[in-house]
Design a protein around this ligand. Sequence first.
Ligand SMILES: [Zn+2]
Ligand SMILES: [Zn+2]
Ligand SMILES: [Zn+2]
Ligand SMILES: [Zn+2]
Ligand SMILES: [Zn+2]
Ligand SMILES: [Zn+2]
Length: 202
Amino acid sequence: FFLKIYNLSIRKLPSMSASICCRCNEKIWPRAVCSLGKTYHPHHFTCKECGLVVDPKLFFAVDDDVVCSECYLDKHAARCSACRTPILERGVAAAERKWHEKCFRCVSCSKSLVSASFFEVNGYLFCKAHFRELFSSRCAGCEKPIDRRAVIALSTKWHAKCFKCHHCRKRISAREFWIENGQPICAACQTVVPSPRNLSAQ
Ligand SMILES: [Zn+2]
Ligand SMILES: [Zn+2]
Ligand SMILES: [Zn+2]
Ligand SMILES: [Zn+2]
Ligand SMILES: [Zn+2]
Ligand SMILES: [Zn+2]
């Protein structure tokens, strides 16, 4: 919870006692608003930001002073990194940012990430599957993401199983292959003078 709501008591003072209003330094009688260790005339129980009289039943405490709910929303409430509106109900804090619990979800599939693993990129949240799909490297053969072994060839990455001869679709040795029109071909299909290339597997 980011929200702090303080309740206070409105007391009728005994007629002989005198309290001093912390706003005007005048005696308070007969009714005082007591809050956060200070006493106020009811008409001096004012917001420290806008100066308007605050409803003593609902206000916010900022630095031990009184702030009305509008000023609190405007100036002090944490804002959600997703929808940019103030967070008043339950919030989630992660990676030095805050979100409404309801806004803490994958921007691709809207799945809630509150109890799931998540990835944050510039304030955008992704579930594991969509982070992988969008940010990991893709196979030049099947265009799906590569997360484990990749064959690096022709300046692109391939799944080992997707690195196939363009003609016969057989898997090509990770050690040598030939190129025809930018596509890998196997030794059996190559018709030009052999030009073996070394591959590195990662
Ligand atoms: Zn006063
Ligand atoms: Zn105010
Ligand atoms: Zn939000
Ligand atoms: Zn997702
Ligand atoms: Zn592939
Ligand atoms: Zn072939």
